[in-house]
Every structure is written in C-alpha cells, then in structure tokens.
Ligand binder design. Structure first.
Ligand SMILES: [Zn+2]
Length: 293
C-alpha cells in the first residue's frame, strides 16, 4: 500500500517500485488522501480535455480523477481515494491560513479513520509514505505522514477506530518512507550528466541542500526498478495538467538514469519482522515466511 497526498505523487515517488511489484504479482494499492483540487496547471502544453474545465474545485477534481485512472493503469496498480480536499500550497510572507476544508486541518481521528479502514480491508504487508517532514513542505504531504503513522499503529488494534460494519483489525509488517531525491542520487546523476556533456537539472538543488546542512535521512533499501522506468514515465505523463513532458521530470536521459541510478530508495521506518539492512526488496523478511499469509 503506497499512501500519497495528491494524484501524481504516486507517479513521482516510488512509481517504478509499485509497477515492478504489480508486474511480479503483488497486489498493489495506491491510496490518495486528497483530490488534488487546489493544484494549478503546471504543464504549459496542457489542453483541458473536451467537456472539462479547470475552473472550480469540482472541475479540477474531475480532471484529476481521469488523470489518476490513466496513471494507475500505466503502473498496473489499484487505486483508492480517501476523499479529503487538497489544502493547497500556501505561499507568501506571512503564509495565508489554510482553507477551512483543507485536509491538513481535519482532526487526526477523522483524517486517519478511512485509512485505518482501508488498511483493514486491503491487508497490506508493507506500507510506504513520506517522512515526518513530508519530504516536501506541503501541508498535505506532512499530514499524509501523520495519518499513515497513525494507521500503522492503530489498524491492528481492535480497541481503536471501531466502526459498525468495519473490517477486522490488520497489522501491517513494514513501514517505509519514500526517498526519491537523496543527495547521493542527485550528485551521481548530476556528475553523469556533466560527464556526458549534458546540462544537469540538479546543480542548484545540490548546492542549496548542502548549504542548508539538513541531515540526510537514512536510506536502508534500494529497489532495482530500471526496467519499470518506462511505466513510471507513462504514469507521470498521464497527469497531463501537472507534468510537463519537456520539464524537470524528463530532464535526465533514461539511459543515463538506468545506467547510474537504476533504483528507487526507501527508509525502513518501522518493522515488525526481522530484516537485515541494507535491503533491496520492500518484502525482505516477509517473502517465503509464514507471515506472508
Ligand atoms: Zn503532492
């Protein structure tokens, strides 16, 4: 189960991993907390599909549902909406308050309840989400971490989140954080681009990351997924309102990427099974054991 804040996050973070496991026969469910209703059009070549507009929250939600369905199909995964409303990315100084309907303002018990229920119904062995910083300073990304951590703790506890007709408790076994943009990856790809005589998109980013001296989060697990980069790319472009096919996500030639960084990276945050670090498989310690029921 891959828990994400907005439609498109599943395609930019850990997408090739979900495609790989789905192709191997693992049941993969992407859970999307919000409808992405407060996203702007970020693709200059975007044309709104016939019969749609991008003018109201409802209209955007409808467009982004279409995009999400196409992305899920490209990845070969199932997808489930929690139904909360995008908080938007507050900008300005001072930051404006969040809108009243924002996901990030929903009380924790209410925000986590549908995810707890989704965990109990889908019964995942492994859950992925963002680290406590959100990995990106969007209130929905930070809150996605918070509700996922709550569901990780509570889904197996029969005394919590008790609802009429609810599914039986289920205890997931491993919880990971997505780390798609480690400094090590940025640096490796950056050097390979320069080495190939290409312009690197990561130069300024590496300098600002190094200057801020934020400690790097540990990477425990590198999943080899180069074979599935094409599916990830198809999923990204399915989010046509958000992803510019000539933009950032496509700036690194795919042969360079597959050559120097054929992995997606994760941090094992919690585990209820024995495993040894480093790992190359999110199901290490689960596969072939009796817990893989
Ligand atoms: Zn997002």
């Amino acid at each position: 189960m891959a828990v994400h804040a907005h439609p498109d996050d599943e395609s930019s973070k850990g997408a090739a991993t979900t495609a790989r496991y789905a192709a191997e026969g693992v049941e993969v469910l992407v859970v999307t907390c919000t409808g992405g209703e407060r996203g702007d059009v970020l693709n200059p070549s975007y044309a709104v599909p016939e019969g749609h507009s991008f003018d109201t929250l409802e209209a955007k939600r409808a467009v982004r549902r279409l995009e999400m369905a196409a992305a899920a199909q490209a990845l070969g995964v199932q997808q489930h909406w929690l139904g909360f409303v995008d908080s938007g990315l507050p900008e300005g100084d001072p930051l404006p308050p969040l809108p009243d309907d924002a996901f990030a303002l929903v009380p924790l018990e209410e925000a986590a309840a549908p995810l707890v229920e989704a965990v109990r119904r889908f019964r995942p062995h492994v859950i992925t989400t963002y680290d406590p910083s959100g990995g990106y300073p969007h209130p929905d990304h930070i809150y996605t971490h918070t509700v996922t951590a709550e569901a990780w703790e509570a889904a197996g506890d029969a005394s919590r989140y008790v609802v009429d007709g609810g599914a039986e408790p289920w205890t997931p076994l491993k919880l990971y954080y997505n780390h798609g943009f480690s400094v090590e990856r940025l640096r490796t790809v950056h050097e390979a681009m320069l080495g190939a005589g290409l312009e690197s998109p990561f130069g300024d980013w590496i300098s600002s990351r190094t200057a801020r001296e934020i400690p790097e989060r540990p990477v425990t697990t590198k999943v080899p997924v180069a074979e599935f980069f094409a599916r990830r790319d198809a999923a990204l472009t399915a989010h046509a309102s958000q992803i510019d096919p000539a933009g950032f996500f496509f700036a690194v030639p795919r042969d360079v990427e597959a050559d120097v960084w054929p992995w997606e990276e994760y941090e094992l945050a919690e585990s209820r099974v024995e495993t040894s670090i480093p790992e190359d498989d999110l199901f290490a310690g689960i596969r072939g054991t009796e817990v893989a029921r």
